[in-house]
Design a protein around this ligand. Structure first.
Ligand SMILES: Cc1cc2nc3c(=O)[nH]c(=O)nc-3n(C[C@H](O)[C@H](O)[C@H](O)COP(=O)(O)O)c2cc1C
Length: 226
């Protein structure tokens, strides 16, 4: 946050951190400026329009450009748009209402309503491969990197985006409909679109001071024990 406008804020338990000034967020002037100021937009504030096919292709090209030990590509995507996305949102609504019988039929349904409004939902599926040397954990980390790259590429294109999981990510009925195999799991649902014009101004959330999380070792740490 060096040189960026910010204020110091304390967390509930007194932990210190900082928030960037609203006008500093998602600065796309250059790559490092963007990485230092990137900020998701909550799915509740994401509506149409989303990227066109060319923009989507650029975003996807960025999403697959991630570290991947052994070039296993242990992830894949399911793009939900238009009718398919509407049907997916309707499925979530049906399932949730069936599980919550006391809720009114027109009750807001978590995750379903976001899928109704956002024009594009990209499911990142973690699809680990059997490998003698590369553990599943590393492959999951690569799937996480894909989600991050996807969100960042969408934000860098000027869209609103958020990486979510929520109840659908572990609901067996949803996983079945999405066509996941037994060894696969959801790394994230990435919602992409535009920020609702009537949304509250985009503000930062508290970020930790990296210095508080970081130690520097000196060489003696690695000397042979006496
Ligand atoms: C694996 C994973 C799952 C997440 N799931 C949710 C979720 O279900 N709901 C939610 O509000 N935020 C969820 N988040 C948090 C948001 O993606 C994100 O942290 C928040 O919107 C702020 O992001 P920012 O640092 O880009 O501003 C999840 C984050 C990760 C890494």
């Amino acid at each position: 946050m060096t040189d960026l406008p910010h204020s110091k804020v304390a967390g509930k338990n007194g932990e210190t951190g900082f928030e960037l000034a609203a006008e500093a967020l998602n600065d796309t002037q250059d790559v490092l400026a963007f990485l230092r100021t990137r900020r998701s937009v909550v799915a509740a504030d994401i509506i149409a329009p989303g990227p066109d096919e060319r923009q989507l292709s650029h975003i996807m090209e960025a999403a697959v450009r991630v570290p991947d030990h052994g070039k296993l590509t242990p992830w894949r995507f399911i793009i939900l748009q238009d009718d398919a996305k509407a049907a997916y949102a309707a499925l979530l609504r049906r399932l949730w209402l069936a599980d919550n019988p006391s809720a009114a039929q027109d009750a807001p349904v978590p995750e379903a309503d976001f899928a109704v409004r956002a024009p594009l939902v990209i499911t990142v599926v973690s699809s680990p491969r059997e490998h003698p040397k590369i553990p599943v954990q590393e492959q999951l980390l690569s799937a996480g990197a894909v989600c991050m790259a996807l969100v960042n590429a969408a934000l860098a294109c000027g869209f609103a985006a958020q990486w979510r999981t929520g109840w659908p990510a572990t609901d067996e009925r949803v996983l079945h409909k999405l066509g996941l195999a037994a060894h696969e799991s959801i790394a994230g649902f990435v919602f992409i679109g535009s920020r609702r014009p009537d949304a509250p101004p985009l503000t930062d959330r508290r970020r930790p001071f990296w210095q508080h999380l970081t130690s520097r070792l000196d060489a003696t740490a690695f000397h042979e024990d006496e």
